[in-house]
Design a protein around this ligand. Structure first.
Ligand code: ATP
Ligand code: MG
Length: 284
């Protein structure tokens, strides 16, 4: 038995999806067949598909699991389960209007025409906000719609906002915050479920490692207690004596989010020779 996973064939999720498999220790065969490949060292078969098709394939059990953006998943509205948020492919689905428009809240959209490739999500957004607007579904290049007189507003994916800016638009509402998620078919058998659990265990170890750094520093012994308080680590930091009397080496794990703030405090407390090292896997 091989667990079948669907990932994007090419595009914004491809690199990170392949990297996640690799970081999970799942080696892919470099086959000539670009539609699917398998792993030599893990019971997994990999299908390369357009992201729009992935929810359907997983619902139909053509693939057992898949990696897809939440934006696509909710728009397609298929019966699949979300197993894990993956922390990449982050973007938002936003409403944008011409930069010179006087936007004064969602009411602005009443009676307007909105161009989008996400008609379902836009419809839900309009209903939730009790706005009556016309949805104009197009299949791409949404950002040019206001400029050519096709629509008054658009709903499209944004990450930096530079595409909007280049097209004379401004972002005025967020419809959805999105990232890549792992989805599964709802009827996996016990064996498939077991392989999925194994895969998930590895994904979680990789995600934790990505969010944490290994830190080493030298501390004068009289400051040790103060410095240890700042570095709780997984259980507690490792403290080893240095060859030079009166000094110790402290080893610990630090969360990426607190990183800069804590580094500054450590320096202020007298820490020296601070080294920060990436962690490959982390199992707690
Ligand atoms: P496909 O050929 O597979 O249909 P696509 O052109 O629909 O590809 P991409 O542009 O490769 O899709 O984006 C894939 C996913 O990456 C998006 O659905 C979204 O979840 C995510 N993403 C992250 N950042 C962005 C962004 N700035 N713009 C668009 N998508 C983004
Ligand atoms: Mg697509």
């Amino acid at each position: 038995m091989k667990l079948k996973i669907a990932i994007q064939k090419s595009g914004r999720l491809y690199d990170e999806s392949v990297k996640l498999l690799k970081d999970c220790g799942i080696d892919l065969k470099n086959g000539v067949n670009k539609l699917k490949t398998e792993s030599d060292n893990f019971p997994m078969e990999i299908y390369f598909l357009r992201d729009d098709d992935i929810p359907q394939y997983v619902e139909d059990a053509v693939a057992d699991i898949g990696i897809v953006g939440e934006n696509v998943l909710y728009e397609k509205n298929k019966k699949v389960d979300i197993v894990e948020r993956l922390g990449f492919g982050k973007c938002r689905l936003s409403v944008a209007v011409g930069r010179s428009e006087q936007y004064d809240g969602v009411g602005y959209l009443n009676g307007k025409r909105i161009a989008t490739t996400y008609p379902l999500l836009v419809q839900q957004f309009l209903e939730k906000n009790k706005v009556d607007a016309e949805i104009h579904e197009i299949s791409g290049s949404v950002e040019i719609a206001p400029g050519i007189g096709l629509a008054h507003a658009i709903v499209d994916l944004v990450s930096s906002g530079s595409t909007l800016l280049a097209n004379g638009l401004k972002e005025v509402e967020t419809v959805l915050q999105s990232q890549a998620v792992l989805i599964r078919n709802g009827r996996l058998d016990a064996e498939q479920q077991q392989v999925l659990e194994k895969f998930l265990f590895r994904i979680r170890a990789v995600k934790k490692a990505r969010n944490n750094k290994y830190i080493l520093l030298n501390a004068p012994n009289e400051k040790l207690q103060e410095i240890i308080q700042m570095l709780p680590g997984m259980k507690s930091p490792t403290v080893l004596p240095l060859a030079e009397p009166g000094w110790s080496s402290v080893h610990s794990v630090l969360n990426e989010n607190d990183f800069w703030e804590i580094i500054e405090k450590l320096k202020d407390a007298g820490a020296q020779g601070i080294l920060v090292i990436p962690i490959e896997k982390m199992v707690i």
